[in-house]
Design a protein around this ligand. Structure first.
Ligand code: SF4
Ligand code: SF4
Length: 97
């Protein structure tokens, strides 16, 4: 790996981390408020949740009741304008418009 590539990769990793840090881990986009959350969603502390398969989350997953759905990057949800009303990414983009 060249020096430029290493610097670029480090820069992109910092950007990715900053983007993912916006998430307040409310669990809404994982079905928490729908009454049938994803089986991989677990409570971390009051009001905060985490995904037990985060690094391998993308693709087919299922809810507690057994419904099948496709877990996607949050950027796909943003792209289609389907963010939850309370999602922290709404604030991020509200400041950029
Ligand atoms: S697999 Fe996807 S939908 Fe399920 S908890 Fe993880 S991030 Fe949320
Ligand atoms: S709805 Fe938004 S803030 Fe809440 S867990 Fe999903 S991405 Fe994070």
């Amino acid at each position: 790996m060249t020096g430029d590539t290493k610097i670029y990769n480090e820069y992109m990793e910092k950007k990715r981390f900053a983007f993912e840090s916006v998430c307040k881990r409310c669990g809404e986009c994982c079905g928490l408020v729908d009454g049938d959350p994803c089986v991989n969603l677990k409570k971390y502390k009051e009001g905060a949740y985490y995904c037990t398969v985060y690094d391998e989350r993308l693709g087919i997953q299922k809810t507690v009741s057994g419904k099948i759905f496709n877990c996607v990057y949050i950027r796909e949800i943003i792209k289609h304008g389907c963010l939850r009303p309370n999602c922290a990414y709404n604030d991020l983009f509200a400041h950029q418009i």
